[in-house]
Design a protein around this ligand. Structure first.
Ligand code: FES
Ligand code: FES
Length: 165
């Protein structure tokens, strides 16, 4: 069967507009990584099991390996590259993950941090159980979840003290 030509679609990623050529069945994870070049988003299982590909769509965590890129037109997509501020200073969550040793190989980290961000945006003072629940779909095979939870708790404190978004 002959493949239809790609069509140009406008995507808003990290407050920037990109005109991206894509097929209707292209997945967001592949488009973000290969067409846009934002390789911070990771592809692990490719079937909705690991959370490595998590991005935010209109502030909600979404598995980009199960999301059609074309369906994201008109929505606000946030990847890990969009978290640092304009001067390049890391978001408190990123700083806390580093400071608390919540990163080893780092493969799960972008998805884990974006899921953490969605949690803190809707609930700036989550308790331990709420953090665990919010990150239940994000698998880490090397760090151990204790440090990850501690990092989210520390970032929550910083954000509440300093009012960072
Ligand atoms: S790569 Fe999307 S859930 Fe694993
Ligand atoms: S740090 Fe390696 S999978 Fe989480």
């Amino acid at each position: 069967m002959e493949m239809k030509p790609k069509q140009l679609v406008t995507l808003n990623i990290n407050e920037r507009t990109y005109e991206v050529p894509l097929h209707p069945r292209d997945l967001l994870v592949d488009v973000v990584r290969k067409e846009v070049g934002l390789t911070g988003t990771k592809k692990g299982c490719g079937q909705g099991d690991c959370g490595a590909c998590t991005v935010l769509i209109d502030g909600e965590p979404v598995l980009s390996c199960l999301t059609l890129a074309i369906a994201c037109q008109g929505k606000k997509i946030t990847t890990i590259e969009g978290l640092a501020d304009a001067k390049g200073e890391l978001h408190p969550l990123q700083q806390a993950y580093v400071q608390h040793g919540a990163i080893q190989c780092g493969y799960c980290t972008p998805g884990m941090i974006l899921a953490s961000k969605a949690l803190l945006d809707r609930n700036p003072r989550p308790d331990t159980e709420e953090i665990k629940r919010a990150l239940a779909g994000n698998l880490c095979r090397c760090t151990g979840y204790k440090r990850i939870v501690e990092a989210v708790e520390a970032a929550s404190e910083t954000i509440n003290k300093e009012g960072v978004k």
